[in-house]
Design a protein around this ligand. Structure first.
Ligand code: NAD
Ligand code: UD1
Length: 305
């Protein structure tokens, strides 16, 4: 098969690309390198890398030629960046998705998998987060992800384009960039601890998250193109387990054999207290279960640094 991976030079996209190449597929990566890096991708005779922008319809059309599967991961993935620039980020996060869907429709692509987000649940306190809850959009990022999910649904119902939306919770693993204060907390903790520095926990550390390892997310993407059951659906991709940040740091310190003396900072504005997912829908439609336990995933991450 020939696959287009938008955002393929980024954290999640590069793992999907690697898996597709290992499975013998041909891959086109379309990335503007705004946060992605060429060094995230291997040299491979079945991989072509296009430096371009999903905001440009012509570029998207050019990349769509002969493609069977699209893994649409390109986005301004930082929520604060979308807060600072709602119009500019929407051009990529919503309009860019429309470009992908339209070019996929015109080119009779077999499947489009869209990277959605747990951000859609906002600060809705009910746990676990379930797909039938009403979305609570607290950022331009969440609005664009929701609008993109709706657009995927419309393209399936109206035009018969087979789309699947995966709502990722907190994804972690090698190649996640720790350089911004808004990077994923695990990438920041790993970066600091690998330099023998203690990270800062914002608030009392009793907030919880559902951390899912990147290879489990890749497997969900693969099942989303290989199976018919998920077509036209959206579903949570997570582990169904939560852990507090205090516990997370404790596990990390044991891995690095460091005495755990966290610094505590002010709670982050807008932080949600607890988050974990019900994953029954993905488990049924994708015949998928996360395989990597948190301790093992953190070990793999530490070994990669
Ligand atoms: P990332 O920033 O590492 O990857 C995004 C990639 O898209 C980067 O390579 C970037 O250069 C590229 N990109 C951005 N704008 C582009 C544009 N206009 N045209 C072409 N390429 C562009 O982020 P990630 O964590 O790998 O996220 C991948 C996807 O998953 C995103 O859609 C993100 O919103 C979604 N997501 C991620 C998480 C998470 O925990 N990492 C959670 C929920 C949803
Ligand atoms: C994550 C997503 C976000 C999405 C949200 C949906 C990332 C980077 N962000 O946000 O796109 O909208 O899920 O629920 O994946 N923390 C510290 N110290 C640090 C960094 C963070 O204590 O140095 C804390 C934060 O205050 C937060 C927790 O760690 O309580 C997780 O933070 P983060 O990794 O940024 O993800 P979310 O805020 O859950």
């Amino acid at each position: 098969m020939k696959a287009l991976v938008t955002g393929g030079a980024g954290f999640i996209g590069s793992h999907i690309t690697e898996r597709l190449l290992n499975d013998g597929h041909e891959v086109v990566v379309l990335d503007d390198f705004s946060t992605g890096h060429r060094h995230n991708l291997p040299e491979h005779d079945k991989l072509s890398v296009v430096e371009g922008d999903i905001r440009n319809m012509q570029t998207v059309e050019d990349c769509m030629q002969g493609v069977n599967w699209v893994f649409h991961k390109a986005a301004v993935a930082s929520v604060p960046k979308t807060v600072n620039d709602p119009v500019g980020s929407s051009a990529a996060n919503y309009q860019g998705t429309l470009h992908i869907l339209e070019a996929a429709r015109q080119n009779k692509v077999d499947r489009v998998v869209f990277a959605s987000s747990a951000a859609l649940y906002g600060d809705e306190p009910t746990l676990p987060k379930q797909e039938d809850m009403l979305p609570v959009t607290l950022s331009p990022y969440a609005v664009d992800k929701l609008a993109s999910e709706y657009a995927c649904g419309v393209y399936t119902k109206l035009y018969g384009l087979k789309t699947v939306a995966l709502r990722y919770f907190n994804v972690y693993g090698p190649r996640q960039d720790p350089s911004s204060p808004y990077s994923g907390v695990i990438s920041i903790f790993a970066d600091r601890l690998s330099k023998q520095q203690m990270p800062t926990i914002f608030g009392d550390g009793e907030q919880t998250r559902d951390f899912v390892f990147v290879t489990d997310v890749v497997e969900a993407n693969m099942q989303a193109v290989l199976r018919d059951e998920p077509v036209g659906q959206y579903m949570n991709i997570a582990t169904g387990h939560q852990i507090t940040l205090n516990e997370l740091l404790q596990v990390f310190c044991e891995l690095y054999q460091l005495e755990c003396k966290p610094e505590y900072g002010e709670p982050r504005q807008g932080d949600i207290k607890e988050s974990y997912a019900n994953i029954e829908r993905a488990s049924k439609l994708l015949a998928w279960q996360p395989e990597v336990a948190l301790h093992d995933g953190l070990k793999l991450l530490c070994e990669s640094l």
